[in-house]
Ligand binder design. Sequence first.
Ligand code: COA
Length: 328
Amino acid sequence: MKAVITSTAKYLPENILNNHDLEKILDTSDEWIRTRTGIRERRILKDPEKATSYMCSEVARKILEQRGISAEDIDLIIVATMSPDMLFPSTACLVQRDIQAMNAWAFDLSGACSGFLYALNAGAQFIAAGTHKKVLVIGGEKMSAVMDYTDRSTCVLFGDGAAGVLLEPGADENHGLLDARLYSDGRGCDNLSMPGGGSLHPTTHETVDRKLHYLQQDGKQVFKSAVVAMADVAVEIMNRNNLAAKDIDFLIPHQANHRIIQATAERMGIDLEKVAINIDRYGNTSAATIPICIAELDEQGKLQTGSNLILVSFGAGYTWGGIYLNWQ
Ligand code: COA
């Protein structure tokens, strides 16, 4: 049995932080950020009382409403995030509490910017096994909570947001999640991480002084790996499924850098009109980027029965992968 997406939704905080706002607090420029990354603005969840679970719960409520089902109908909630409300309990349990999905079990999945693809594939396995009928898969991030707003090399890149999908069993074998190739390479772990606050560097005055509670990235190294890995896995998915560029309706790539997105599309031979791009408006929202793109295409009525979608991502770990979806 194949898992199909039966509903999508997104939540973006209202507050906008644009490049000109950043020019006022950092030695940076709108021109540098736009030309090096493609980002013009990003959303920030300003309310200190609200975190990732708040945005994910908003997404879940919208999905339930659109699908016309109640929270008790949900069997499983998976939240992909690298900015959970807290180390434990899981953000997924907080979402379960907020929406009152009392028949579901819930867990977080840590795959950084590839978290949504990992979670989508994991959720689809429960549907394929026939043991679960309704699985909520959500990617949500309050990246602003782990940003050092004095570090121009990282804080200009990321934003907050959440989005998700409902997975259900499809009517036939031709639609839904048709293929997935997911990878990890832990040797990349030092190039993108948040070292503080875990069991290796529990929070102390010293870890805070050393800023270990902020995201740290060697952007150049990550860029080099991401540009190769995303294009390679996209082409691998095409070859495994005998897909030519003309067969693909949309490429939905992780939104870390416009140049990486462009390079992936070029390797696949796909025109940019067929590429979902929102990095200009939201920056890198990590595990939320791909579901936000899916929800936007869905809202715009661009996803038709039979549409072929290729999803590709790259993130900390390293983690990367590709998924081939045929819209139901
Ligand atoms: N504003 C102005 N200048 C900046 C800047 C900013 N916000 N950030 C960095 N710079 C400067 C650097 O200090 C450096 O100056 P120097 O040459 O005097 O040392 C110069 O710009 C070039 O920096 P560099 O890091 O080489 O830029 P880049 O072209 O590699 O772009 C990234 C930086 C972060 C945009 C890019 O490396 C990137 O997108 N990396 C991958 C991110 C990614 O894919 N993550 C995936 C998982 S989330």
